[in-house]
Design a protein around this ligand. Structure first.
Ligand code: DQA
Length: 152
């Protein structure tokens, strides 16, 4: 069964208690359970990882790249948190691995502060899902399943 990696970046371990008016009251564990259920329905294993460290996120993307080449990984759902707006290194990692990466943001970053309007990931993402709350993770898994089906 191919795997979808659900990768969460800095501060997303605090989901549920962090700024609930913006991010809701669902915890990261709840999100991961939602993702596992969505994957199971679509025939994918879901691996969930979270890190507050840029290098750890890069290593996880590289690992997904090896898995994609080997045929064991179908794609990555990635909420890079604030690194979205600052990390050329994550841009380069996504560009390097050639894995479909769906960029997800729980909040509508374009309706927020201007420093959240630029994403280093969007130009190298296969697609972007923004502003649908934690449902965005499930939508991204569905998008990767469609992509994998289209690839055959
Ligand atoms: C976020 C939006 C980012 O601007 C912010 O730094 C986050 C969460 C979101 O999911 O809405 O940490 O990626």
């Amino acid at each position: 069964m191919p795997t979808i990696l659900v990768l969460n970046g800095p501060n997303l371990n605090l989901l549920g208690t962090r700024e609930p008016a913006t991010y809701g009251s669902t915890t990261l564990a709840d999100v991961e359970a939602l993702c596992a259920a969505a994957g199971q329905k679509l025939g994918f294993a879901v691996e969930c990882r979270q890190s507050n460290h840029e290098g750890v996120l890069i290593d996880a993307l590289h690992e997904a790249g090896h898995g994609f080449k080997a045929g064991s990984v179908a794609g990555v759902v990635f909420n890079a948190g604030a690194y979205t707006h600052s990390s050329v290194a994550l841009h380069d990692a996504i560009r390097a691995i050639e894995v479909p990466v769906i960029e997800v943001h729980i909040s509508n970053v374009h309706a927020r502060e201007s420093f959240r309007h630029h994403s280093w990931l969007s130009p190298v993402a296969a697609g972007i899902i923004v502003g649908f709350g934690v449902d965005g993770y499930v939508m991204a898994i569905e998008a990767l399943a469609r992509k994998a089906a289209a690839k055959g």
